[in-house]
Design a protein around this ligand. Structure first.
Ligand SMILES: Nc1ncnc2c1ncn2[C@@H]1O[C@H](COP(=O)(O)OP(=O)(O)OP(=O)(O)O)[C@@H](O)[C@H]1O
Ligand SMILES: [Mg+2]
Length: 285
């Protein structure tokens, strides 16, 4: 088994296909486990050398919601995700499932059930798809499952791999995956980590229309059980899949509601037509 010839990426990469039916095996858990999940952000503020990137943001996302976070470039979307996950120093408060996250190191936040993906996929390029998932699983796995793992691929890893359509690429190094497949791999990693709060930063950027559709349906199914926040620019994707939307502009919440409510908000229309910067007074730190 050590004499396998390495798979030829070009022949294998082909069309991705998600397998939402496999998702049930990874998500299989009574909904009660998630009953107390609740992201509550109050007065969040992040500044970089005096520049205020996030300026007093309040955000509440409940379990079962599929919340989209939108806003023009530089609105502070990624910085909010960074603050929630301990990668940007912030003030205010961030609570999830009753646990205070602000000020905790990233690994503690991950252990509290908070997982995120990055705008630029951050998988281990030199490791295989399976190894990436295994590492993610190891981060949350208890000792007895670690032992069981020696006998083969754990069921949750196998199911996650099928869910994100990468089972046929298990031995391919992640570095050769297409951008969309890397995003799927990251989502798979969050599933095996058993993340309760999933924060996805522009997951469908660079995906084909068919891949977006598949990803949206997958996120809807995950979102029905867990708390999911999707940062996205793609308005068509948003209209198809968001259950609620928060619009950010210059580090503040500009509007919030259903897709229809937000789209009908003149302030949002103004920002997306690019006229807001002339009509909104610039705030000082
Ligand atoms: N590490 C940093 N140091 C200094 N400024 C930063 C840093 N990170 C972000 N910023 C600034 O903070 C603001 C918000 O950036 P952020 O990346 O959160 O925006 P975004 O809404 O995610 O934008 P995009 O849609 O382009 O991804 C921007 O003006 C950005 O230049
Ligand atoms: Mg961003």
């Amino acid at each position: 088994m050590s004499e396998q010839t390495p798979p030829t990426p070009a022949a294998l990469l082909g069309e991705g296909q998600l397998d939402p039916d496999a998702l049930e095996a990874v998500l299989a858990a009574p909904v009660e486990r998630f009953r107390h999940d609740y992201l509550e952000i109050r007065g969040l503020r992040v500044s970089f050398d005096g520049f205020v990137a996030v300026d007093g943001v309040d955000l509440t996302v409940t379990q079962g919601d599929l919340r989209f976070l939108i806003g023009p470039n530089g609105a502070g979307k990624t910085t909010i995700v960074d603050a929630i996950t301990g990668l940007a120093a912030a003030t205010g408060s961030v609570r999830f499932g009753g646990v205070d996250l602000l000020g905790k190191p990233s690994h503690r936040i991950a252990r509290a059930g908070v997982g995120r993906t990055f705008q630029t996929a951050s998988v281990f390029d030199e490791l295989s798809v399976l190894q990436n998932l295994d590492i993610a699983a190891g981060a949350s796995r208890r000792a007895h499952t670690l032992l069981r793992r020696r006998s083969g691929i754990p069921d949750d890893v196998e199911a996650a791999m099928e869910t994100v359509g990468l089972a046929h690429l298990r031995d391919v190094t992640a570095g050769v995956l297409a951008h969309g497949q890397k995003q799927w791999l990251e989502i798979g990693m969050l599933l095996v980590q058993d993340a309760h709060l999933l924060l996805l930063d522009e997951p469908v950027a660079g995906m084909s229309q068919a891949e977006r559709e598949e990803t949206g349906l997958l996120l809807q199914r995950i979102g029905a059980q867990r708390t999911v926040v999707v940062v996205e620019h793609d308005m068509e994707f948003l209209r198809s899949f968001a259950s609620s939307v928060t619009v950010l502009h210059q580090g503040r919440v500009l509007s919030e509601g259903t897709v229809a409510e937000v789209q009908a908000d003149p302030r949002v229309v103004e920002v997306y037509l690019g006229t807001a910067s002339t009509s909104t007074t610039t705030k000082e730190a």
